[in-house]
Design a protein around this ligand. Sequence first.
Ligand code: GZL
Length: 343
Amino acid sequence: MGNKITGNISGAKSLKRSKTGRLAALILSLALLICFSVGCGKKEENPNEPRLLLGFSQIGSESAWRIGNTRDIEEQADNYGVSLMLENANQKQENQIAAIRRFIAYKVDVIAFSPIVEEGWDNVLQEAADAGIPVILVDRDINTQKEGLTTCLIGADFYKEGVMAAEYLIRKADSLELDHVNIVEISGTINSTPMRQRQAGFYDTIANDPRMTVLESIDGDFLKSRGAECMKYLLETYGDDIDVVFSHNDEMTLGALPVIEKAGITPGKDIIIISIDGGQEAINVLMEGKINCVVECTPKLGKALMETALKLKGGETVDPLIHPEEQVFSDEMDLNDLAPRGY
Ligand code: GZL
Protein backbone atom coordinates (compact mmCIF):
# COMPACT_ATOMS: atom_id res chain seq x y z
CA MET A 1 0.00 0.00 0.00
CA GLY A 2 1.44 3.45 -0.76
CA ASN A 3 2.29 5.59 2.10
CA LYS A 4 -0.57 7.44 3.00
CA ILE A 5 0.42 10.85 3.60
CA THR A 6 -0.71 10.57 7.12
CA GLY A 7 1.71 13.20 8.24
CA ASN A 8 0.18 15.62 6.06
CA ILE A 9 -3.13 14.22 7.01
CA SER A 10 -2.13 14.08 10.68
CA GLY A 11 -0.53 17.44 10.16
CA ALA A 12 -3.60 18.47 8.35
CA LYS A 13 -5.54 16.88 11.18
CA SER A 14 -3.51 18.69 13.80
CA LEU A 15 -3.58 21.77 11.68
CA LYS A 16 -7.32 21.26 11.36
CA ARG A 17 -7.56 20.57 15.10
CA SER A 18 -5.60 23.70 15.87
CA LYS A 19 -7.65 25.64 13.34
CA THR A 20 -10.82 24.09 14.79
CA GLY A 21 -9.60 24.84 18.27
CA ARG A 22 -8.88 28.44 17.40
CA LEU A 23 -12.24 28.75 15.66
CA ALA A 24 -14.02 27.26 18.67
CA ALA A 25 -12.16 29.60 21.01
CA LEU A 26 -13.05 32.54 18.78
CA ILE A 27 -16.73 31.56 18.66
CA LEU A 28 -16.80 31.04 22.43
CA SER A 29 -15.15 34.38 23.16
CA LEU A 30 -17.48 36.11 20.73
CA ALA A 31 -20.46 34.40 22.40
CA LEU A 32 -19.23 35.49 25.83
CA LEU A 33 -18.64 39.00 24.59
CA ILE A 34 -22.16 39.17 23.11
CA CYS A 35 -23.63 37.56 26.18
CA PHE A 36 -22.17 40.05 28.61
CA SER A 37 -22.80 42.99 26.35
CA VAL A 38 -26.54 42.17 26.15
CA GLY A 39 -26.62 41.11 29.79
CA CYS A 40 -27.73 37.55 29.29
CA GLY A 41 -25.56 36.67 32.27
CA LYS A 42 -27.78 37.06 35.33
CA LYS A 43 -26.83 40.48 36.61
CA GLU A 44 -27.11 40.61 40.35
CA GLU A 45 -29.90 43.01 41.27
CA ASN A 46 -28.32 45.78 43.32
CA PRO A 47 -30.82 46.16 46.17
CA ASN A 48 -29.64 49.72 46.68
CA GLU A 49 -30.07 50.72 43.06
CA PRO A 50 -33.44 52.48 42.53
CA ARG A 51 -35.85 50.66 40.25
CA LEU A 52 -36.31 53.90 38.40
CA LEU A 53 -35.13 57.52 38.46
CA LEU A 54 -38.18 59.76 37.90
CA GLY A 55 -37.97 63.51 37.34
CA PHE A 56 -41.20 65.34 38.27
CA SER A 57 -41.92 69.03 37.72
CA GLN A 58 -44.74 70.15 40.02
CA ILE A 59 -46.64 73.41 39.35
CA GLY A 60 -46.35 74.85 42.85
CA SER A 61 -48.12 74.84 46.21
CA GLU A 62 -51.11 77.04 45.30
CA SER A 63 -53.82 74.92 46.90
CA ALA A 64 -54.58 72.12 49.32
CA TRP A 65 -55.16 70.02 46.23
CA ARG A 66 -51.65 70.68 44.90
CA ILE A 67 -50.03 70.06 48.28
CA GLY A 68 -51.98 66.81 48.57
CA ASN A 69 -50.92 65.83 45.07
CA THR A 70 -47.25 66.41 45.87
CA ARG A 71 -47.51 64.48 49.14
CA ASP A 72 -49.18 61.53 47.41
CA ILE A 73 -46.54 61.38 44.67
CA GLU A 74 -43.74 61.40 47.26
CA GLU A 75 -45.44 58.69 49.34
CA GLN A 76 -46.05 56.47 46.32
CA ALA A 77 -42.46 56.91 45.12
CA ASP A 78 -41.35 55.51 48.48
CA ASN A 79 -43.88 52.68 48.25
CA TYR A 80 -42.65 51.67 44.79
CA GLY A 81 -38.90 52.10 45.44
CA VAL A 82 -38.70 54.89 42.86
CA SER A 83 -35.99 57.52 43.16
CA LEU A 84 -37.87 60.83 42.77
CA MET A 85 -36.40 64.17 41.73
CA LEU A 86 -39.32 66.54 42.41
CA GLU A 87 -38.97 70.24 41.57
CA ASN A 88 -41.56 72.88 42.57
CA ALA A 89 -41.98 75.52 39.83
CA ASN A 90 -43.72 78.11 42.04
CA GLN A 91 -46.42 78.71 39.41
CA LYS A 92 -43.96 79.61 36.63
CA GLN A 93 -43.89 77.79 33.28
CA GLU A 94 -40.29 78.85 32.71
CA ASN A 95 -39.31 77.06 35.92
CA GLN A 96 -41.01 73.89 34.70
CA ILE A 97 -39.16 74.08 31.37
CA ALA A 98 -35.83 74.58 33.17
CA ALA A 99 -36.56 71.62 35.46
CA ILE A 100 -37.34 69.35 32.51
CA ARG A 101 -34.02 70.38 30.91
CA ARG A 102 -32.23 69.47 34.15
CA PHE A 103 -33.93 66.07 34.16
CA ILE A 104 -32.74 65.51 30.57
CA ALA A 105 -29.17 66.48 31.47
CA TYR A 106 -29.33 64.16 34.45
CA LYS A 107 -30.49 61.33 32.15
CA VAL A 108 -33.49 60.33 34.30
CA ASP A 109 -35.37 57.23 33.16
CA VAL A 110 -38.77 58.98 32.90
CA ILE A 111 -39.96 62.60 33.09
CA ALA A 112 -43.38 63.53 34.44
CA PHE A 113 -44.94 66.95 34.93
CA SER A 114 -48.19 68.81 35.56
CA PRO A 115 -48.22 71.59 32.93
CA ILE A 116 -49.42 74.87 34.42
CA VAL A 117 -50.88 75.89 31.04
CA GLU A 118 -51.54 73.92 27.86
CA GLU A 119 -49.33 75.75 25.36
CA GLY A 120 -45.56 76.31 25.07
CA TRP A 121 -44.10 72.82 25.64
CA ASP A 122 -43.17 71.58 22.14
CA ASN A 123 -39.48 72.57 22.18
CA VAL A 124 -38.53 71.15 25.57
CA LEU A 125 -40.56 67.99 25.00
CA GLN A 126 -38.82 67.53 21.65
CA GLU A 127 -35.51 67.72 23.53
CA ALA A 128 -36.75 64.98 25.88
CA ALA A 129 -37.83 62.88 22.89
CA ASP A 130 -34.43 63.40 21.21
CA ALA A 131 -32.80 62.22 24.46
CA GLY A 132 -35.00 59.11 24.39
CA ILE A 133 -36.70 59.95 27.69
CA PRO A 134 -40.44 59.17 27.86
CA VAL A 135 -42.73 61.86 29.31
CA ILE A 136 -45.89 61.36 31.38
CA LEU A 137 -48.47 64.15 31.82
CA VAL A 138 -49.87 64.26 35.36
CA ASP A 139 -53.09 66.12 36.28
CA ARG A 140 -53.18 68.54 33.35
CA ASP A 141 -52.80 68.27 29.56
CA ILE A 142 -50.86 70.11 26.87
CA ASN A 143 -52.03 71.51 23.55
CA THR A 144 -49.61 70.52 20.74
CA GLN A 145 -49.73 69.76 17.03
CA LYS A 146 -46.77 67.40 17.35
CA GLU A 147 -47.41 63.68 17.76
CA GLY A 148 -45.60 61.50 20.27
CA LEU A 149 -44.18 64.15 22.59
CA THR A 150 -45.84 62.47 25.58
CA THR A 151 -46.76 58.87 26.35
CA CYS A 152 -49.93 59.33 28.41
CA LEU A 153 -52.05 61.59 30.62
CA ILE A 154 -52.94 60.63 34.18
CA GLY A 155 -55.57 63.05 35.44
CA ALA A 156 -59.19 63.94 36.06
CA ASP A 157 -61.91 64.31 33.46
CA PHE A 158 -62.31 68.05 34.04
CA TYR A 159 -65.05 68.39 31.43
CA LYS A 160 -67.13 65.86 33.37
CA GLU A 161 -66.47 67.80 36.58
CA GLY A 162 -67.97 70.89 34.91
CA VAL A 163 -70.95 68.84 33.75
CA MET A 164 -71.51 67.43 37.26
CA ALA A 165 -71.39 70.96 38.73
CA ALA A 166 -74.01 72.18 36.24
CA GLU A 167 -76.20 69.11 36.70
CA TYR A 168 -76.27 69.83 40.45
CA LEU A 169 -77.28 73.47 39.75
CA ILE A 170 -80.13 72.37 37.46
CA ARG A 171 -81.43 70.02 40.18
CA LYS A 172 -81.12 72.82 42.76
CA ALA A 173 -82.97 75.32 40.54
CA ASP A 174 -85.73 72.74 40.07
CA SER A 175 -86.03 72.08 43.81
CA LEU A 176 -86.16 75.81 44.60
CA GLU A 177 -88.51 76.43 41.65
CA LEU A 178 -86.29 79.25 40.37
CA ASP A 179 -87.40 80.86 37.11
CA HIS A 180 -84.04 82.59 36.53
CA VAL A 181 -80.53 81.86 37.77
CA ASN A 182 -77.77 84.51 37.54
CA ILE A 183 -74.33 82.90 37.77
CA VAL A 184 -70.89 84.41 38.40
CA GLU A 185 -67.87 82.20 37.66
CA ILE A 186 -64.51 82.40 39.44
CA SER A 187 -62.27 80.49 37.05
CA GLY A 188 -58.95 78.73 37.55
CA THR A 189 -55.67 79.63 35.82
CA ILE A 190 -56.47 80.91 32.32
CA ASN A 191 -55.40 78.46 29.56
CA SER A 192 -54.96 75.58 32.01
CA THR A 193 -56.72 72.30 31.24
CA PRO A 194 -58.94 72.32 34.36
CA MET A 195 -60.05 75.91 33.70
CA ARG A 196 -60.84 75.32 30.01
CA GLN A 197 -62.61 72.01 30.48
CA ARG A 198 -64.50 72.72 33.72
CA GLN A 199 -65.87 75.86 32.07
CA ALA A 200 -66.75 74.02 28.85
CA GLY A 201 -68.51 71.18 30.68
CA PHE A 202 -70.48 73.65 32.83
CA TYR A 203 -71.46 75.96 29.96
CA ASP A 204 -72.41 73.13 27.62
CA THR A 205 -74.70 71.67 30.28
CA ILE A 206 -76.57 74.89 31.13
CA ALA A 207 -76.70 76.02 27.48
CA ASN A 208 -80.18 74.60 26.89
CA ASP A 209 -81.65 75.81 30.16
CA PRO A 210 -83.29 79.23 29.56
CA ARG A 211 -83.21 80.01 33.29
CA MET A 212 -79.41 80.12 33.34
CA THR A 213 -77.40 83.32 32.72
CA VAL A 214 -73.66 83.77 33.32
CA LEU A 215 -73.22 87.41 34.40
CA GLU A 216 -69.40 87.31 34.28
CA SER A 217 -66.40 84.95 34.47
CA ILE A 218 -63.29 86.23 36.22
CA ASP A 219 -59.81 84.68 36.64
CA GLY A 220 -59.08 83.58 40.20
CA ASP A 221 -55.90 81.64 39.20
CA PHE A 222 -56.83 78.84 41.65
CA LEU A 223 -55.60 81.06 44.50
CA LYS A 224 -57.40 81.82 47.81
CA SER A 225 -56.36 85.48 47.79
CA ARG A 226 -57.59 85.93 44.21
CA GLY A 227 -60.87 84.21 45.12
CA ALA A 228 -61.47 86.89 47.76
CA GLU A 229 -60.53 89.73 45.37
CA CYS A 230 -62.79 88.31 42.64
CA MET A 231 -65.75 87.93 45.01
CA LYS A 232 -65.34 91.50 46.27
CA TYR A 233 -65.38 92.82 42.68
CA LEU A 234 -68.39 90.65 41.73
CA LEU A 235 -70.45 91.76 44.72
CA GLU A 236 -69.60 95.41 44.07
CA THR A 237 -70.60 94.94 40.41
CA TYR A 238 -73.69 92.71 40.61
CA GLY A 239 -74.72 92.80 44.29
CA ASP A 240 -78.04 91.07 44.97
CA ASP A 241 -78.37 89.98 41.33
CA ILE A 242 -75.99 87.10 42.02
CA ASP A 243 -77.81 83.80 42.61
CA VAL A 244 -74.90 81.36 42.14
CA VAL A 245 -71.11 81.33 42.47
CA PHE A 246 -69.42 78.63 40.35
CA SER A 247 -65.82 78.42 41.57
CA HIS A 248 -63.24 76.21 39.80
CA ASN A 249 -61.53 75.14 43.05
CA ASP A 250 -62.00 75.03 46.81
CA GLU A 251 -59.14 77.44 47.49
CA MET A 252 -60.89 80.28 45.65
CA THR A 253 -64.22 79.30 47.22
CA LEU A 254 -62.73 79.48 50.72
CA GLY A 255 -61.31 82.90 49.87
CA ALA A 256 -64.72 84.11 48.65
CA LEU A 257 -66.77 82.94 51.66
CA PRO A 258 -65.68 85.56 54.22
CA VAL A 259 -66.17 88.31 51.62
CA ILE A 260 -69.76 87.14 51.09
CA GLU A 261 -70.41 87.00 54.83
CA LYS A 262 -68.83 90.44 55.36
CA ALA A 263 -71.37 91.82 52.85
CA GLY A 264 -74.17 90.56 55.12
CA ILE A 265 -75.06 87.73 52.74
CA THR A 266 -75.54 84.14 53.96
CA PRO A 267 -73.51 81.81 51.73
CA GLY A 268 -75.24 78.54 50.88
CA LYS A 269 -78.63 80.18 51.48
CA ASP A 270 -78.79 83.64 49.83
CA ILE A 271 -76.23 82.55 47.24
CA ILE A 272 -75.78 78.97 45.96
CA ILE A 273 -72.08 78.05 45.97
CA ILE A 274 -70.59 75.29 43.82
CA SER A 275 -66.92 74.32 44.12
CA ILE A 276 -64.48 71.70 42.80
CA ASP A 277 -61.67 69.66 44.40
CA GLY A 278 -63.28 68.07 47.48
CA GLY A 279 -60.60 68.79 50.09
CA GLN A 280 -61.39 68.42 53.80
CA GLU A 281 -61.85 72.15 54.46
CA ALA A 282 -64.42 72.45 51.66
CA ILE A 283 -66.27 69.37 52.90
CA ASN A 284 -66.36 70.91 56.38
CA VAL A 285 -68.01 74.14 55.16
CA LEU A 286 -70.34 72.07 52.98
CA MET A 287 -71.48 70.23 56.09
CA GLU A 288 -71.91 73.60 57.85
CA GLY A 289 -74.25 74.62 54.99
CA LYS A 290 -72.03 77.49 53.78
CA ILE A 291 -71.57 75.90 50.35
CA ASN A 292 -73.95 73.62 48.49
CA CYS A 293 -71.91 71.34 46.24
CA VAL A 294 -68.31 70.16 45.91
CA VAL A 295 -67.29 68.11 42.87
CA GLU A 296 -64.45 65.74 43.71
CA CYS A 297 -61.11 66.04 41.89
CA THR A 298 -58.75 63.58 43.52
CA PRO A 299 -55.07 64.61 43.89
CA LYS A 300 -54.12 60.95 44.55
CA LEU A 301 -52.43 60.24 41.21
CA GLY A 302 -49.13 58.92 42.61
CA LYS A 303 -49.90 55.20 42.41
CA ALA A 304 -50.91 55.38 38.75
CA LEU A 305 -47.85 57.53 38.03
CA MET A 306 -45.37 55.08 39.58
CA GLU A 307 -46.95 52.05 37.91
CA THR A 308 -46.98 53.78 34.53
CA ALA A 309 -43.39 55.01 34.84
CA LEU A 310 -42.16 51.53 35.82
CA LYS A 311 -43.98 50.05 32.80
CA LEU A 312 -42.30 52.58 30.51
CA LYS A 313 -38.88 51.77 31.96
CA GLY A 314 -39.60 48.09 31.36
CA GLY A 315 -40.45 48.81 27.74
CA GLU A 316 -44.15 48.04 28.18
CA THR A 317 -46.92 49.96 26.43
CA VAL A 318 -49.12 52.12 28.67
CA ASP A 319 -52.70 53.40 28.53
CA PRO A 320 -52.69 56.80 26.80
CA LEU A 321 -55.31 58.16 29.23
CA ILE A 322 -55.95 57.25 32.89
CA HIS A 323 -58.94 58.98 34.55
CA PRO A 324 -59.54 58.41 38.29
CA GLU A 325 -63.09 57.77 39.52
CA GLU A 326 -64.71 60.91 40.97
CA GLN A 327 -67.98 61.78 42.71
CA VAL A 328 -70.09 64.75 43.80
CA PHE A 329 -70.70 65.85 47.40
CA SER A 330 -73.69 68.13 48.02
CA ASP A 331 -76.46 69.30 50.35
CA GLU A 332 -78.62 66.59 48.84
CA MET A 333 -76.82 63.91 50.90
CA ASP A 334 -75.80 62.92 54.45
CA LEU A 335 -72.02 63.35 54.70
CA ASN A 336 -71.62 62.44 58.37
CA ASP A 337 -70.05 59.10 57.55
CA LEU A 338 -67.71 60.47 54.88
CA ALA A 339 -64.12 59.27 55.46
CA PRO A 340 -61.42 61.93 56.07
CA ARG A 341 -60.38 63.37 52.72
CA GLY A 342 -56.62 63.31 53.25
CA TYR A 343 -56.03 66.67 51.50
C1 GZL B 1 -56.97 69.97 39.14
C2 GZL B 1 -55.76 70.81 39.45
C3 GZL B 1 -56.19 72.13 39.96
C4 GZL B 1 -57.02 72.03 41.22
C5 GZL B 1 -56.57 73.26 41.92
O1 GZL B 1 -56.58 68.70 38.77
O2 GZL B 1 -54.98 71.00 38.31
O3 GZL B 1 -55.02 72.88 40.27
O4 GZL B 1 -58.39 72.02 40.98
C6 GZL B 1 -55.08 73.22 41.64
O5 GZL B 1 -56.83 73.27 43.29
O6 GZL B 1 -54.52 74.44 41.88
